[in-house]
Design a protein around this ligand. Structure first.
Ligand code: RTP
Ligand code: MG
Length: 136
């Protein structure tokens, strides 16, 4: 089933020059880009995006990190891409993430885990609207 998901290449990925690598992995998998934009996220956008995490111990440091530099926000489209991109990304903690995944290959710190991908069709619809409200 063709789906869309919201993917973020987080500021650590952009800063470390890993954006090309991440785009390559997405497109080699067979998915396509429906939107792509580089922007530094403001606190209002991050509060909305991470609403489910407000009040958690890691929330403030997460927002601080995510606002510290440009993020590449994208909408990725294709067969079972919501579940599939999460598999390509690996688990939240990059040390636990399997080698071969983006987080497993390039990360060591849970907060700075390189990418975000929507975790359900409902999250994808909500998050795409936050980042690309005009996307048809
Ligand atoms: P994401 O939302 O970014 O795709 O990642 P996720 O579903 O794998 O992880 P989630 O639980 O939604 O957490 C969102 C992001 O918050 C940071 N985090 N830090 N204990 C910690 O220090 C901690 N836990 C989570 C990570 O950047 C995680 O991706
Ligand atoms: Mg999440």
């Amino acid at each position: 089933m063709t789906e869309r998901t919201l993917v973020l290449a987080k500021p650590d990925a952009v800063r470390r020059g890993l954006l090309g690598e991440i785009l390559t992995r997405i497109t080699r998998k067979g998915w396509t880009l429906a939107a792509l934009e580089l922007r530094t996220l403001d606190r209002a956008t991050l509060a909305e995006h991470y609403a489910e995490h407000q009040g958690k111990p890691f929330y403030e440091s997460l927002v601080e990190f995510m606002a510290a530099g440009p993020t590449a926000a994208m909408v990725v489209e294709g067969e079972r891409v919501i579940e599939g991109f999460r598999a390509l990304a690996g688990t939240t903690d990059p040390i636990a993430a399997a080698p071969g995944t983006i987080r497993g290959d390039f990360g060591t710190v849970t907060r700075e885990n390189l990418v975000h991908g929507s975790d359900s069709p409902e999250s994808a619809a909500r998050e795409i609207k936050i980042f690309f409200p005009g996307l048809i």
